[in-house]
Design a protein around this ligand. Structure first.
Ligand code: HPA
Length: 278
């Protein structure tokens, strides 16, 4: 990590420290159309990214751009309401600066959500998928360059990138709440164009069940720091060429929004379990 990246991360963490009402235990990253969960927390402190030196601001519709501190069933939580992406032109370390800051503030477990294209023809838009592993196909990593030993080791282990216990908690929530949960591998691509049908066939052949433009860099950065991860995709559409429909961000957002109540209920129970046990 460059010294300027480290300085910017420190500035961001200092800025958050000054305004944070508590040390968070669980961090949440809320993706496209999924940000409204943060508004349901208790004792909310909302900090717009634009008010924080060092925090990049997302230009994507559907990504609000706030850190939200609050409690959920007694668990101190920090949320990122919206994230920045590589395709917006940010470097990988900038993309993960906010998630690294959540870990620096004390979050030992982070749950990430995203909107994704489903690669199984039998799946339906609106399905929820627990991410069990990923393919980082972005061509970059936030760990590029000199290692920052204070954050983690040079060669971060990714064997259990998605924490087996946190995945098990998700399965228990799905069963108890009667919310069907798919499972699979998430392929993270650069974007911002959606894939061609040939690229969708490629990622299916590589072993993915979902495809998207986020999450994998955040997971790498957080695992480097030893943070435990859970991640959930809202399957907002089938991958290009699978259904014959064309893809649009409006459809992605609308499907995520239509699924909001189930997703909120799911997340609420998952956070409570993870906050107690992780
Ligand atoms: N591809 C890539 N990213 C996505 C998709 C998709 O089909 N749907 C939502 N995010």
């Amino acid at each position: 990590m460059s010294s300027s990246e480290l300085a910017q991360l420190s500035t961001l963490v200092d800025g958050l420290h000054k305004r944070a009402p508590h040390v968070p235990r669980v961090g949440l990253v809320l993706g496209s159309g999924l940000g409204s969960f943060a508004d349901d927390l208790k004792s909310i402190t909302k900090i717009p990214y634009a008010e924080l030196t060092g925090m990049p601001v997302s230009s994507v519709v559907g990504h609000a751009g706030n850190f939200v501190f609050g409690t959920w069933e007694g668990v101190p939580v920090v949320c990122m309401q919206g994230r920045v992406h590589l395709y917006e032109g940010h470097a990988a370390p900038t993309v993960v600066r906010g998630t690294r800051a959540m870990a620096k503030l004390g979050a030992t477990c982070v749950l990430l959500t995203n909107a994704a294209g489903g690669l199984e023809p039998s799946w339906t838009p609106g399905d929820l998928m627990l991410i069990t592993d990923h393919l980082n196909l972005t061509g970059t990593t936030p760990l590029l360059g000199a290692n920052e030993d204070a954050l983690g080791p040079r060669f971060a282990d990714m064997t259990r990138a998605y924490d087996p216990e946190i995945m098990q908690m998700a399965r228990e929530v799905g069963q108890a709440q009667h919310i069907a949960l798919r499972e699979g591998v998430y392929a993270g691509l650069l974007g911002p164009s959606y894939e061609t049908p040939a690229e969708i066939r490629m990622v299916r052949t590589l072993g993915a069940q979902a495809v998207g433009m986020s999450t994998v860099l955040e997971v790498i950065a957080l695992r480097h720091m030893g943070v435990r991860i859970g991640a959930l995709s809202c399957i907002t559409n089938l991958g290009a060429g699978i259904s014959g429909n064309v893809l649009s961000h409006t459809e992605v957002e609308e499907t995520a929004r239509a699924k909001r109540q189930d997703l909120k209920r799911f997340l609420g129970h998952w956070i409570a379990l993870a906050g107690e046990n992780a």
